[in-house]
Design a protein around this ligand. Structure first.
Ligand code: 5GP
Length: 340
């Protein structure tokens, strides 16, 4: 047994100090980034991704987020034919999600060949990115599909970030336990404070010309700002994008949001929770939030404002101009009063 005594931080533990700025207006801030990945692929847009969760990673969300120049990871539960139709729309936003079973691979193979886009964006997504089976799957996948933009995770430590990048991943997904409907920390005691995970994994990835996604734990626009400020190239959102029209929510019914390994999701997609495992997600009631473009506008407004506070004319500069200051619990309670 070993204890890491260094302090590790979450988004709620810090604020960002303002810096002198020559920017006259928020409208001068450029939030779109041009990425060049290790695989040689490129992507241009606002680096925010809807999570591949029910009520978030839907086709309607994908189309709406394409118009906002962001991305959407589609859930794993769509049928081949539906996915082929969606990917044939050739949106800049669509991301194909899969797990690491043979069925997942066969389904992807079918969609890939019928869509005929060698540079399709793919997210290989497992709860625990530390297994040997996961790394071997990534290597096999990269050999078979050298042209795809490959995102994969989840991990929270620099060594595993490096291992995934060397195995062929373009963008490593970082986050174990911070999700709004995740109960992994409660059920297993496993996890890592998300701000520190992002700082440490971004540093490791950038050293190898790789990229990272900060996945989970953002509940207000300021958390997204902190994730980018900590070095994240992309931020993935579940709860903040739930409850919208495009995810199937409405003002006439109760709207639920649940983790993809909650009892609700297992009952719906897998015929119940297998008897050797426990649910690691929960189900919550959420208010109806209308169209997602309004929420995205709020988020982008927060990001632009933060960039002007620290004098960053581009999102890319934000982390270089960031000094975090640790804050007390009391200040956090004041902050949470503003949660949307
Ligand atoms: P949020 O933005 O809601 O805080 O976090 C979204 C992320 O939570 C997802 O992208 C995914 O990584 C994670 N997640 C989704 N469902 C579950 C679940 O049932 N259990 C766990 N442990 N994590 C989940």
């Amino acid at each position: 047994m070993r204890i890491i005594n260094d302090l590790k931080l979450d988004y709620k533990d810090v604020l960002i100090t303002p810096k002198r700025s020559t920017l006259a207006s928020r409208s001068e801030v450029e939030l779109r980034r041009h990425f060049k990945f290790r695989s040689g692929n490129e992507w241009y847009g606002v680096p925010i991704i809807a999570a591949n969760m029910d009520g978030v990673g839907t086709f309607e969300m994908d189309s709406a987020l394409d118009k906002c120049h962001t991305m959407a990871a589609l859930t794993k539960h769509f049928k081949d034919v539906e996915l082929i139709e969606q990917f044939n729309k050739k949106l800049n936003s669509s991301v194909y999600s899969l797990g690491i079973s043979n069925n997942d691979l066969n389904k992807f193979d079918n969609v890939y060949h019928l869509v005929g886009d060698k540079h399709i964006k793919v997210c290989i997504d497992v709860a625990n990115g530390y297994t040997q089976a996961f790394v071997e799957f990534i290597q096999k996948f990269r050999e078979r599909y050298p042209g795809v933009i490959l995102m994969a995770g989840n991990v929270v430590t620099p060594e595993m970030t490096e291992e995934l990048i060397l195995a062929g991943v373009d963008i490593v997904k970082v986050g174990i336990g911070p999700g709004s409907v995740c109960t992994t920390r409660k059920m297993t005691g496993i996890g890592y404070p998300q701000l520190s995970a992002v700082i440490e994994c971004a540093d490791a990835a950038h050293g190898l010309k790789g990229h990272i996604i900060a996945d989970g734990g953002c509940s207000v626009p300021g958390d997204i700002v902190k994730a980018f400020a900590a070095g994240a190239d992309f931020v993935m959102l579940g709860g903040m994008l739930a409850g919208h029209k495009e995810g199937g929510a409405s003002s006439f019914s109760d709207n639920r949001f649940y983790g993809m390994s909650s009892d609700t999701a297992m009952d719906l997609h897998n015929g119940g929770v297998a008897n050797y495992r426990a649910s690691e997600g929960k189900t919550v009631e959420i208010p109806y939030r209308g169209e997602v473009s309004r929420t995205i506008q709020d988020i982008l407004g927060g990001l632009r404002s933060a960039c002007t506070y620290v004098g960053a004319s581009e999102l890319k500069e934000l982390s270089k101009r960031t000094t975090f200051v640790r804050v007390t619990q009391q200040l956090n309670e004041t902050l949470s009063a503003y949660e949307i």
